[in-house]
Ligand binder design. Structure first.
Ligand SMILES: C[S@@+](CC[C@H](N)C(=O)[O-])C[C@H]1O[C@@H](n2cnc3c(N)ncnc32)[C@H](O)[C@@H]1O
Length: 203
């Protein structure tokens, strides 16, 4: 499969029906998800691997990982409604057998995995909401892929937090990310922001 094709398939999946602002429920656009997954694929972190998607939402990253050859994917998400949509999305692309949906808080998840992929809350509603995700990811995986705001203060925080937890940053890609208006506090039809996709590994 080509990266463009993967992006196209992922961009057609159903999104959140009633997105919850307190959980920062916005989906990863297909092209951004495909970039993260392609990087992971090219570095041998997906094919034949056990992957965890923390805060899986409607399943974009989990389904993408399954499509490009993950052996098994754990999709961990605390919102049951989002899991229903994710399950339906996985079924629509024929990968439901490769994904185990786990309705839980990320802090409760503990299985053996090779790789963690995630687009955690950026912390714009609840400051530091990304920390439990990073902590859990560093506990679980040897390789971790994650999406964060491309802002100097966030970069500084990620650099220090990574080092303090025995990991190092091996890659960082900066990409545009579009969030369509979906919450009452959104002022524009489409909010265009910049995000960093990181790859971390144990130091
Ligand atoms: C920014 S969305 C990303 C959704 C999806 N991974 C994607 O890439 O489209 C963050 C997701 O994390 C979930 N979430 C937030 N806090 C969580 C927690 N503590 N435990 C499990 N899931 C959580 C939200 O419900 C939401 O689905």
């Amino acid at each position: 499969m080509k990266k463009k094709h993967l992006a196209m398939l992922l961009s057609k999946l159903r999104g959140f029906e009633r997105p919850r602002p307190e959980l920062e429920q916005y989906r990863t656009p297909g092209d951004v998800a495909a970039e993260l997954l392609w990087l992971a694929y090219s570095l041998d972190d997906v094919e034949g691997k056990i992957v965890a998607d923390l805060g899986a939402g409607t399943g974009v990253l989990s389904i993408g990982a399954a499509l490009i050859g993950a052996k098994k994917v754990y999709a961990v998400e605390k919102d049951e409604k989002a899991i229903e949509v994710a399950r339906e999305n996985a079924r629509s692309l024929g990968v439901e057998d490769k994904i185990e949906f786990i309705n839980a808080d990320v802090s409760e998840f503990s299985r053996k995995v090779d790789t963690v992929i995630m687009n955690p809350p950026f912390g714009s509603q609840n400051p530091h909401a990304d920390r439990p995700f990073l902590l859990k990811a560093f506990e679980l995986g040897d390789a971790v892929y994650s999406i964060h705001l491309a802002k100097p203060e966030v970069r500084r925080f990620i650099e220090v937090f990574t080092r303090d937890n025995g990991f190092k940053i091996t890659h960082r890609l900066t990409l545009p990310f579009e969030i369509p208006a979906q919450f009452h506090f959104h002022r524009k039809r489409i909010e265009r922001i910049l995000v960093d996709i990181y790859r971390f590994e144990r130091d």
